[in-house]
Design a protein around this ligand. Structure first.
Ligand code: NAD
Ligand code: MG
Length: 395
């Protein structure tokens, strides 16, 4: 690892699905003997956070939840591991000098600490796609101005990144994002109307956090990923295609001007993309399942359906309108997602709320600074909450 100079690392969101997989990769590559774990962060699950901090010899452990400070302090007493809590402490975790930062907090909560890490020049392994959807070019510029690399972790974007040679970017014709179609791939709108979060979270191929699992069922996750691809790879919206591929074996593809299509394939296991982001441009040796093509036998493809999955249409709307519409779409949907999990609105109403708030906030302005992004985010959340309350009253 020494020649890569990514030995000092931080993991924002270490207790989540991506965070746990990241620590598994770190353990496979030598653990605390090979890496200096500068900071790890979590939210309410302080028992796991403390266990991780001890096992990996982290220097700083931060919980986003101030009420959990005492519990975390207690769990790590006598270890010499520094403990902190709250939003400012999360930003501080991003700021602590390290070579590589895994951005794996879920939602807009991840933006400020990730930007803090980007601004001081760390390489950013980006799982938190919401950073790019909300802040777009501002986020890309924060990383490049800081001098670090932006390395995608989202499986689709990692696949594209791996299929894209820097000196062939001019010859890229299209980006093909694969989508599993989620648990409701074959459902009618009527069938989707009555589903609960427990049903919607059961993804056919990937084991992931709650928000992204629900987002896979509504294909809102794919909508975020379209916008993520636009900013990561500098392509036009009309160069981004989505294809439903239920086996999730082809993780995404790049089509070139000569008709060639390059793809990256693998078993659905995030550790491959995480390991690549950690050792790029090298590849690590990882103990993950290998593809067995004979067992696989076939790969299927279907065109996506924007009528049953309106989130895909909203992604185009957001990209066409530009400005802060990405931040608005993301924030409104995050509020709608919580309302759906709390059984306050139905599954189909998540997209309705996002669309309504996006329409209300057309012409809300452009994002010149990060503060403009945060302002649009706050306003979209307020309006989404209002729209949800109105739907509840009408029901
Ligand atoms: P998760 O819910 O399993 O974990 C989220 C992490 O964020 C946890 O560590 C949690 O403690 C922390 N967190 C939650 N709320 C917080 C808050 N308000 N402030 C600070 N920290 C908070 O989520 P996940 O599935 O690991 O996803 C993390 C990110 O990675 C998301 O942006 C998701 O879209 C992206 N992603 C995940 C996968 C996957 O396979 N899970 C794949 C691609 C991209
Ligand atoms: Mg993905």
């Amino acid at each position: 690892m020494a020649d890569m100079d990514r030995s000092r690392i931080s993991i924002l969101g270490s207790t989540g699905s991506i965070g746990v997989n990241t620590l598994d990769v770190v353990a496979q590559l030598g653990g605390r003997d090979a890496f200096d774990i500068v900071a790890i962060t979590g939210n309410s699950n302080v028992a796991l956070l403390a266990e991780q901090a001890r096992a990996f010899g982290a220097r700083l452990a931060v919980t986003a939840d101030e009420k959990q400070y005492a519990a975390l302090k207690d769990a790590l007493s006598g270890t010499g591991i520094e403990v902190a809590a709250g939003r400012a402490a999360l930003v501080e975790a991003g700021q602590r000098p390290s070579d590589w930062v895994m951005a794996a907090i879920v939602g807009t909560a991840g933006l400020a600490p990730t930007v803090a890490a980007a601004e001081r020049g760390a390489d950013i392994a980006l799982a938190n796609k919401e950073c790019l959807v909300s802040a777009g070019e501002l986020f890309v510029n924060a990383v490049s101005d800081g001098g670090g690399k932006l390395i995608p972790v989202d499986s689709e974007h990692s696949a594209i990144f791996q299929s894209l040679e820097d000196d062939q970017r001019h010859a890229v014709e299209r980006i093909v994002l694969t989508a599993s179609g989620g648990p409701f791939r074959t459902f009618s709108r009527e069938q989707m109307a009555g589903v609960t979060a427990d049903v919607a979270r059961a993804h056919p191929n990937w084991s992931m956090g709650l928000k992204i699992s629900i987002g896979s069922a509504s294909m809102f996750n794919k909508a975020l990923e379209m916008i993520e691809a636009k900013h990561l790879f500098g392509v036009r919206p009309d160069q981004i295609e989505v294809i439903v591929h239920p086996q999730s074996v082809i993780h995404s593809m790049v089509g070139y001007t000569d008709g060639s299509v390059l793809a990256q394939l693998g078993c659905p296991d995030m550790r491959t993309a995480i390991g690549y982001a950690l050792t790029y441009p090298d590849r690590p040796k990882l103990d993950v399942e290998r593809l067995d093509f004979a067992k696989l036998a076939r790969l299927d493809f279907e065109a996506p359906d924007e009528v049953r999955f309106p989130a895909l249409r909203l992604a185009h709307t957001a990209m066409d309108r530009g400005g802060v519409q990405g931040a608005v779409m993301n924030a409104a949907e995050e509020i709608a997602f919580h309302a759906f999990c709390d059984k306050r609105i139905g599954f189909l109403q998540m997209a309705d709320i996002a669309e309504q708030v996006m329409d209300e906030m057309v012409g809300y302005g452009t994002a010149i600074t990060m503060d403009d992004v945060f302002a649009a985010d706050t306003e979209a959340r307020r309006r989404a909450a209002e729209a949800i309350a109105q739907k509840e009253m009408a029901a």
